[in-house]
Write a new protein. Sequence first.
Length: 350
Amino acid sequence: MQKRHLGRTDLLVSKVCLGTMTWGQQNTEADGHAQMDFALDRGVNFLDTAELYSIPPMAETQGSTERIIGSWLKARRNRDKVIIASKVVGRTPQDWLRGGRPSKLVRADIMDAIEKSLKRLGTDYLDLYQIHFPERRAAWGANPTRVGAWPPRRDEDETPIAETLAVFDELVKAGKIRHLGLSNESSWGVMRFLFESEKGIGPRVASLQNAYNLVNRTFEVNLAEVSDREDVSLLAYSPLAQGYLTGKYDHGARPAGARTTLFNRGQRYEKPNAAQVLLEYNELARGFGMEPALFANAFVVSRPFVTSSIIGATSIAQLEVALNAADVEFTKEMLEAVDAIHQRTGNPCP
C-alpha cells in the first residue's frame, strides 16, 4: 500500500489508517487483534486510537481500545512495524477521565493522559499525539456552537493555545511523543498553533484529523488550503459518514447490531434533507456497479489533500471492503457525478 509523508515529518504512513474506536464494545480483544493482523498484512502501518475510546464513551470501557492495541503489540512484538496515534481530550465534563474532575488542556491533565495512554499501550512513546477536540468553544468538539450562532461565548478560564503547546514541547523533549496533531479543528485553530510554534513555543503541528466524506466536504472550503500550503496532513475520519454511506440505513432501515441501532448516535447524519442526499450517493455508487461503502471510501482516499483515510470496521468483511478502496481508480466520470450532486445539495451533514 502506498505510503505518504505525515506533514513535514519523516514518518511515512499508509494512505489507509486503521481506526479502532469500536474495540472494547462492539468488538472483542480477539476481534481487534484479527483486524490489526489483517490490516498489517495488507500494508497498513498506521493505527489511530484515543484515551476516550471505545465509543460511545463510558467510564466502564474508557481506555479499552488502547489496552487491546497494547496486548497485540506485546503478543506480536512488532512496535517498530506500526505508527501509533492517540489523542488527549479537550475540555470535557466527563470527570471519570481525570479521577473525578473535568478535563482541560492544561499541563496536569495532559501529563495524566499521556502517562495512562502509554501504560495501556505498553509503549514508551507515541508517534503522533493529537488533541481530540479544542478546549475552546468551536464548531466541533465537546462544546459545539450551532451554525449561525457566532461569535460563541468564550469561557473565562479558556487555556491559551501557547500554554497547551508548551506542554507538548515537554513531551517531545522527554521522548514520550514524536509529533503533535490536532483533531476537529478550524482554520483559525490550526493557524494559531502554527503561529505559536513558529515563535519557538512548541512542536509544529504535523496533522489534522477532521471528518471528511461525500456529505461533509467542508474541509475543502478553507482547511484544504491550510493543509496544502502549511504541510499539515489531513487524516480524514468517518469516510462512510458513520455507516450511512454503506446503504444499510437507506429508507430508514435500522439493522440489528449496527451502531446507530445500538447507540442512537447518528444525529450528525440525520439532519433535514440528509436521508435523501445519502440515498442519492448510495444509488450513484450502485449505478457505477460498486458497493456504496467501496465507492464512498474510494472517493475519500483518492482526494489529493487526504494523506490517510481513517477506516473503521466491526468485521473482517467490512475491513476488506475499506482496504480494497485504496486500489480503486476513482474516475473523472465518477467525480463529475459526485460534484453534480454536491453542487445541488451542499454539505447536509457538517
